[in-house]
Design a protein around this ligand. Sequence first.
Ligand code: AMP
Length: 352
Amino acid sequence: MLGLAGVPLGARFRFLDPSPQACAGALGELLVAPLDDLDGVRELVAGADVCTYEWEGVPAASAREAARHVPVRPSGASLAVAQDRVAEKERCRALGIPTAAFAPVAGRAELDDAASRLGLPAVLKTRRGGYDGKGQQVVRTTADLDAAWGALRGTPLVLEGFVPFERELSILAVRAQDGTTACWPVAENLHHEGVLRVTRAPAPHLDAGLRDRAERLVRALLDDLDHVGVACVELFEVDGELLANELAPRVHNSGHWTIEGAATSQFENHVRAVVGWPIGPTDARGPAAMVNCIGGMPDPTTVLAIPGTHLHDYGKAPRLGRKVGHVTVTAPDDDELERRLAPVLDLAGPPG
Ligand code: AMP
């Protein structure tokens, strides 16, 4: 999607992906190599003006190698903080951004200690590499501690207090090289089994004070990291407060609605920012929703017959639980959005 946004701007792409089937191959030169293959990284950046990434799991050593040859944006600082849940939360706390209570856990005794300090329920997570609810276990009572430890041991962990949130939100922002920052409207996200299913943007019925707080916190983080490009902060709304859950130093699934729903999409603005061009306005064009297609694509004839729908098929092989596309729905007002969204949810939405 970065390629789809960048090609019309005149940008040309070379992609590095471990899979020869990577759908980006349709939009530029595709190098097939593991992401930790430093020869592959050198070939990737040869002759390039800039290197970027759309996954925070990119190995730090690969980002460092790329940075020896071309500017890497966002920089290694954003990557390092976003790759470690403890570093992420410490950075938030240092900037006065509230998070769930947390404690790093390296051993079994430390887990007991953390559980008694934080209280239960809590969520045990791997510090690194977890996504879409993978690498985490909910601990409801002390009887669950052994099972959670058994499932995740062997890698540094963090125990987080369980947040009884009212809803999940996210805020996306783009920061240009001169520090100019623009925020897209806060989005509301519905997850099922840890995986994002539906985003509504702008988030319905959001208190203006909370919206301003979300904007302030993402700006503070991006300024602190001297971040260049798009980033997303996932938030919990609880008791009239926002807690930061995760920082994604990249374009984000909860920003896919911006392709049709905003004046400039997250993908276009990311390309503009990392290349060094001025960023575009981020206002919503109206209410929008995005539904992930998970495991397979719905029938285009049926989906596209619903007014205001746009289908994005990533060209990925269908596989249980795999995000293979999304549908965006736009409408002139909130009621009409819900009317259009309902049949899309039946066709492509979460089970139940
Ligand atoms: P994460 O990988 O941290 O984004 O977590 C995936 C999903 O698990 C989140 O979107 C929440 O729905 C849920 N979750 C994660 N952490 C917590 C927490 N501390 N309290 C309650 N729910 C959580």
